[in-house]
Design a protein. Structure first.
Length: 266
C-alpha cells in the first residue's frame, strides 16, 4: 500500500525532485512550505509514506519540491509554472491539491492559471498577500540564513509554530539535533523566503473555480489566522475551518487534520 518511490524530473527550467506513494485511485498532490529551501524531498518517499499512511488507501500521493536550482527573484507564480510543467510531464490533471504555508501560495497560482490541473484545493496555514506578521518573520529568518544560523531558524520556527503543550518538546528536539541537516548553501531558502514577501494573489482569488477548503489556526504566529479568513472570503464558495488555539504547525498537531483533508478531497 505504501508503494513509495523517489524521482527526479528534468524540466526545461532545471531538475526537480519529487516523491510518490500510496495506491489509491485518486491523485493527491502536496506542496510543502518554505522549509523546502533547506531540504528537498529527495530520498524521503518512505518516511513521507509512513507519516501520511492515512492517505495511502484512497490516494496516490505526489509531493513536489521546488526545482533544485532556483533563479534569484523567482516568484511563487514562477514556482507554480514549474509545478505545472512537472504535472504535465507526469500526466497529472484534475488532482486534489494540498498546499501548506508557502506551498499554499504556489497552489493559489496553479489553481488560478491552470484550473485544469486542480479538481479540489486545500490551502493550509497560508496567506494570499503579505501582512506585518509574516513580513517580520521572513525578515528574521532571512537574517539568520545570511548568517548561516540553521539552528536559529529551526528554533524560531518551532517557537512560532506549536501550541504551549507541544512547543517545549519541539524546542528540546531541535536543540538536540543542532545543525544536523544544515544545508551547504542557504541560497534556495533565501529565494523562497523572498518570494513569500512578494506573493500577492488576493485580487485574483475569485478566479479559483474548484471546491476549496481553507484551514488555519487562531494562534498562527507566522501568517496569522486572519490570512486564512480573508482567503476563504475571497474564493467563491470557499470553506473555512479554523483550529482554535493552534498555530502554524496544526497539520502536525491537530489529530483530525488528515481526516479532514481526506474527507474533503475524497
Amino acid at each position: 500500500m505504501l508503494n513509495a518511490k523517489n524521482g527526479r524530473l528534468t524540466l526545461s527550467t532545471g531538475e526537480m525532485d519529487y516523491i510518490c506513494f500510496g495506491s489509491g485511485r485518486k491523485t493527491l498532490v502536496m506542496i510543502p512550505g518554505v522549509g523546502d529551501g533547506l531540504k528537498t524531498v529527495k530520498g524521503m518517499a518512505r518516511p513521507f509514506a509512513l507519516m501520511y499512511r492515512a492517505l495511502t488507501k484512497d490516494f496516490t500521493v505526489y509531493v513536489f519540491s521546488r526545482r533544485v536550482t532556483l533563479a534569484p527573484g523567482m516568484t511563487t507564480r514562477d514556482m507554480a509554472e514549474d509545478l505545472n510543467a512537472a504535472m504535465e510531464a507526469l500526466g497529472l490533471s484534475g488532482v486534489a491539491l494540498v498546499g501548506v504555508s508557502q506551498g499554499g501560495m504556489i497552489a493559489q497560482w496553479l489553481a488560478i492559471d491552470h484550473p485544469d490541473k486542480v479538481g479540489r484545493l486545500v490551502l493550509a496555514v497560508t496567506q494570499s498577500r503579505p501582512n506585518p506578521t509574516s513580513e517580520d518573520v521572513i525578515r528574521r529568518w532571512t537574517e539568520m540564513a545570511k548568517q548561516g544560523d540553521y539552528k536559529g531558524i529551526m528554533l524560531d520556527t518551532a517557537l512560532r509554530s506549536y501550541s504551549e503543550k507541544s512547543v517545549k518538546k519541539a524546542l528540546a528536539t531541535y536543540s538536540l539535533l543542532g545543525n544536523l541537516g544544515k544545508p551547504q548553501s542557504f541560497d534556495r531558502f533565501l529565494i523562497q523566503a523572498a518570494s513569500c514577501v512578494t506573493h500577492n494573489a488576493y485580487d485574483q482569488l475569485d478566479r479559483i473555480a474548484c471546491p476549496t477548503l481553507v484551514i488555519g489556526g487562531t494562534k498562527d504566529q507566522i501568517v496569522t489566522g486572519k490570512a486564512s479568513e480573508e482567503i476563504a472570503e475571497k474564493i467563491p464558495g470557499g470553506q473555512l475551518y479554523l483550529y482554535e488555539g493552534l498555530g502554524h504547525g496544526l497539520y502536525e498537531e491537530a489529530p483530525d487534520f488528515l481526516r479532514r483533508v481526506t474527507e474533503f478531497c475524497r
